[in-house]
Design a protein around this ligand. Structure first.
Ligand SMILES: [Zn+2]
Length: 255
């Protein structure tokens, strides 16, 4: 059994034939999935879908690339959506300096990130963190504002050393398709070094399909391919990866 801790089944790519994508994931042994929002609309859709299946859950929040033109009451809106019983985390939230070079815009990302960590703490929920080319600032904020229910560094792309710093704070490290890419050195080093008790897996579908499906539409059903590669790197049975990551996800998200 597997848990896909990060899907975007709320995205347009899945709007047709969603029940089929979900059934295919189940057939592949993916028994629970978390659908992650990136703005108000996608968060509402995540909650709506999660309420249609007992084994689906939702996360709600503002992705750092979706902060433009937010209404005054944006945080109140997210809080309200987060009150649904199927919402298990605040996310995805964080910093993206890869797409955002402007310093004012980066400052705004930090402000919204901090604010959403505070919301997660008020609501007693873990956070799902997106961080791209913003390793130092992301760590500093999490270290200072400490998510009380912890959280996960989703599709982790930082260094192995930084991964261990997060582990020390109680955060989980989640690996996605890139760990399977032939030329991807760093995610493989991360997979080797992160202890099993701190490891999660995800597809981040529809993005980043694992090898040998790279470049195609990603689906939750490909999750076992990611587990296989991590098992090879750690030189243990794939069943152990399945068991540890499932138990970790159940504990972190209370699912
Ligand atoms: Zn995502």
């Amino acid at each position: 059994m597997y848990i896909d801790t990060h899907t975007h089944f709320n995205s347009e790519e899945f709007s047709e034939n969603l029940p089929l994508f979900i059934a295919n994931a189940k057939d592949a042994g993916v028994d629970k999935m978390i659908i992650v929002g990136w703005d108000v609309e996608s968060s509402e859709r995540a909650v709506k879908i999660a309420n249609q299946y007992s084994f689906l859950y939702a996360a709600v929040g503002f992705h750092p690339e979706n902060l433009n033109g937010l209404a005054e009451d944006a945080f109140a809106q997210i809080k309200k959506i987060a009150s649904d019983q199927k919402v298990v985390a605040i996310g995805e939230i964080g910093l993206d300096y890869y797409w955002t070079k402007d310093e004012d815009a980066r400052a705004k990302q930090r402000k919204y990130f901090i604010r959403q960590i505070k919301i997660a703490n008020e609501l007693n929920k873990p956070i799902i963190v997106h961080s791209r080319d913003a390793s130092e600032d992301t760590f500093e904020i999490i270290n200072e504002y400490r998510p009380t229910k912890n959280g996960v560094m989703h599709c982790y792309s930082g260094s192995p050393e930084m991964a261990l710093n997060y582990v020390k704070l109680g955060m989980f490290i989640s690996l996605a398709g890139p760990v399977t890419f032939k030329n991807a050195r760093v995610p493989k080093d991360v997979a080797a070094i992160v202890p099993l008790k701190s490891l999660l897996i995800e597809t981040d579908c529809p993005y980043l399909a694992p090898h040998p499906f790279r470049g195609k539409l990603n689906e939750s059903k490909y999750l076992p391919y990611i587990a296989e590669v991590i098992a090879e790197i750690k030189n243990i049975d794939v069943e152990d990866i399945a068991e540890w990551t499932t138990r970790n996800a159940e504990r972190l998200f209370g699912i």
